[in-house]
Design a protein around this ligand. Structure first.
Ligand SMILES: Cc1cc2nc3c(=O)[nH]c(=O)nc-3n(C[C@H](O)[C@H](O)[C@H](O)COP(=O)(O)OP(=O)(O)OC[C@H]3O[C@@H](n4cnc5c(N)ncnc54)[C@H](O)[C@@H]3O)c2cc1C
Length: 325
């Protein structure tokens, strides 16, 4: 029988909806080849979660353990998955298109010397697999033909509506003690710290972001002041993180965060496509830039053509004055 093997990463926070979408895609693929959908999990809570996974079309759950593996480890997970691939002989291994899904699947594909097609929206199995997938941070849909009978796939987040597909046969759960070499056990999460309470860059209604035009790490002080007055957060472009002015966790864009605040204030940011894809869902964009021809100025709802170091302190002073502080 042709099987589809799916990695369920239920350890990530808020994973339920993403998992249900992935299982819907997996069940759809399994139906195309009259096969079964077999899941891999590293989650010790899998017995509690198994019922919900079965309702989304999972036939078999493989629970993988190793004494060295207490938490996430991309190479270790990949090595475990490859061991199950040799047992189950699936026609594809799939995961969700999260950072972790991509990291693990890239390792699986490298070990198996298989092609990895990431961020798929829909896939048709066959001698030559066909896929539609997101590219360029979602601004391009690419049609792909895969010259392999065994592709490794990830599905873009929110690529489909979830549907239930209850299976008539009883769900099987099989535990496997996997073997790990010292190389693959090198990158394993050993400790977690709690995220501080409160809003984040992704949830804040206002983001004041700075680019190379801010000029230095200290130059961000004026953005911090304005963000605080607006109860917002500070973001930045990659030019800024490349310069070491701010941490990568503040970066907006293709290789940073995708945000959708009510107000995005882009200060000294040119608006390169890789930045724009992270900010374009903002409801209102104000660009502050010395260059009237900058992309960000052209795309923004409002623009101020001026030196940010004059404008931002003036705006902050005015807010303070109006607040009567
Ligand atoms: C694969 C890949 C992934 C990438 N991912 C990302 C990503 O996730 N996020 C991201 O941001 N970039 C990303 N980039 C980089 C991106 O292409 C741009 O290089 C980057 O966004 C430019 O940053 P910037 O706008 O801050 O700098 P610049 O393009 O140098 O723009 C600086 C702007 O500041 C203005 N300025 C200068 N002085 C002032 C002043 N005093 N007051 C007001 N305005 C001023 C200038 O007019 C200019 O418009 C990626 C690139 C690649 C190849």
């Amino acid at each position: 029988m042709s099987n589809i093997l799916v990695l369920i990463d239920s350890c990530e926070a808020d994973a339920t909806e993403t998992i249900n979408e992935l299982l819907t895609q997996g069940r759809n693929l399994a139906n195309q080849v009259n096969g079964s959908l077999e899941a891999i999990t590293f989650d010790p809570r899998h017995k509690e979660l198994a019922g919900a996974w079965a309702e989304h079309g999972v036939n078999v759950i493989h629970y993988l353990t190793n004494s060295a593996l207490h938490d996430y480890g991309p190479q270790a997970w990949a090595q475990g998955i490859v061991q199950i691939v040799s047992l189950v002989e699936p026609i594809s291994v799939i995961s969700c298109g999260s950072d972790r899904g991509h990291e693990v699947m890239a390792n699986v594909a490298a070990i198996l010397d298989a092609p990895f097609v990431s961020n798929c929206l829909s896939v048709t199995a066959g001698e030559r697999w066909q896929a539609s997938r997101l590219q360029w941070g979602g601004s391009l849909i690419e049609e792909v033909t895969v010259a392999s009978t065994f592709p490794v796939l990830s599905f873009a987040l929110h690529s489909c509506e979830t549907t239930l597909s209850k299976i008539s046969e009883p769900l099987k759960i099989i535990s496997h003690e996997i073997e790990l070499d010292t190389e693959s056990a090198k990158t394993i999460v050993i400790e977690r710290t709690e995220k501080p309470e409160g809003q984040s860059l992704e949830t804040s209604a206002v983001v004041v972001a700075g680019g190379r035009g801010v000029g230095s790490a200290d130059g961000f002080n004026v953005l911090e002041t304005l963000a605080k007055l607006l109860n917002g957060k500070v973001g930045c472009s990659r030019a800024v993180t490349n310069n070491g002015w701010r941490s990568h966790t503040d970066q907006v864009g293709q290789t940073g965060k995708r945000i959708a605040p009510d107000l995005y204030i882009a200060c000294g940011i040119s608006g390169a496509i890789q930045h724009w894809v992270g900010a374009m869902a903002s409801k209102n964009i104000l660009a502050i830039n010395t260059d009237p021809e900058a992309n960000m100025v052209k795309k923004a709802d409002y623009a101020v053509i001026a030196n940010l170091h004059e404008i931002i302190p003036a705006v902050s002073d005015e807010i303070v004055r109006r607040n009567g502080q």
